[in-house]
Design a protein around this ligand. Sequence first.
Ligand SMILES: Cc1ncc(COP(=O)(O)O)c(C=O)c1O
Ligand SMILES: N[C@@H](CCCC[NH3+])C(=O)O
Length: 431
Amino acid sequence: MHLPGTARVTPSGELAIGGVTAAALAERFGTPLFVYDEALIREQCRRFHRALQATGLDYQVSYASKAFLCRALARLMAEEGMGLDVVSGGELYTALSAGFNPAHIHLHGNNKLDTELRQALDAGVGCYVVDSLDEIARLNTLAGEAGTQARCLLRVTPGVEAHTHSFIQTGAEDSKFGLNLGNGQAAQGLRAMLDAPHLDVLGIHFHIGSQIFSTEGTLAALARVLEWLAQQRADYGFTAQVLNVGGGFGIRYTDADQPQPLEDALAEIAAALRAGTAEHDLPLPQLWLEPGRSVVGEAGWTLYRVGTVKAIAGVRNYVSVDGGMSDHIRTALYGAEYEVALANRMDEAAADSYTVVGKLCESGDVVARDKPLPHPQPGDLLAVSCTGAYHYAMSSRYNAMLRPAVVFVQDGQAREVVRRETLEDLVRGQE
Ligand SMILES: Cc1ncc(COP(=O)(O)O)c(C=O)c1O
Ligand SMILES: N[C@@H](CCCC[NH3+])C(=O)O
């Protein structure tokens, strides 16, 4: 198993993360458990800053909190100089309740509710990524009522398909997100925004998808957006001060994933931005990013306790764990691949191939298919790596499962940042 960040195998063959063994974490906090390598999250934030500073561009990097958000993480992001991208009143509330500076938050969403826009205006959110024609009028009215100017970006759909799972592509023309460059809607939106007295249009946003391994799609989108911006400049005298190219930087879940290093990707994007603006005689805008997965994905682990083990001779071996699709939906949803290991027997050779399944009442409740493992025994600890992004965040209470606890580990210390749900949590608010 690939061991990112501070993850190690101890001399006694145990998995340790942040200097704490998986067994000690499971003993203290129970399973299923999400474990985050805090040093690795911080290092990823710093890599973004270093790589962006190296481009010489003015920049802003905001963590896409949809990947995973809790108060402790929001505070960590503030400490690392990251802004925050939120997509709902709930994410906004969580960030604000952690004391995150609203000026460093931007609000996304293809269907922002008036209640969410008011909540953001009341809080003083720093930027709105406007996603639709109707939102322009609504935001303008609500900002006027709040007696403020809403700083905003227009989200455009550049008509570029990212090479990733179709469910997580967002830049193609047939998308629920943003206004198309190709059919004139983006220009129509921009003109409406420039005419809106309570909107302050900073620039343009695009995001073509997630878990992308090379800059090819982003550079194609960038070229189209810059050409379009040159036209808008000629037509309306509009100059973008900001270009937000979204997130989407891929991570390594298994050996099959070979993402381009962040540093190289950012250098290429910056070079293309310089060349493209020069070609169209446009001023150089600030480069904004909003990565999620690449900040927290490889830092997160899930620990499960092994229960039932079942062999169907000549067909398949199943090993059941005490969580499943309620805390790990990506395998069922995207056919995603993960590496798994027995965290208490890391030094043992694989004996057979096992399909790791959860305990939910669905045949599709699969964590990882046909993976090499030593013979699992009930009571073993099973670790799944790279579960830091879109796992806890996409967790559910299906089958009345309780959401796991989340712990941060660093330098031999562990702290519980989200407690495990209880049975009382399940019925709270019910008649
Ligand atoms: C608009 C937007 N920004 C940022 C992100 C973060 O993407 P990722 O986690 O792939 O970096 C997403 C998710 O794909 C998104 O939709
Ligand atoms: N939830 C998706 C990514 C969606 C990103 C949001 N636009 C995943 O797990 O890969």
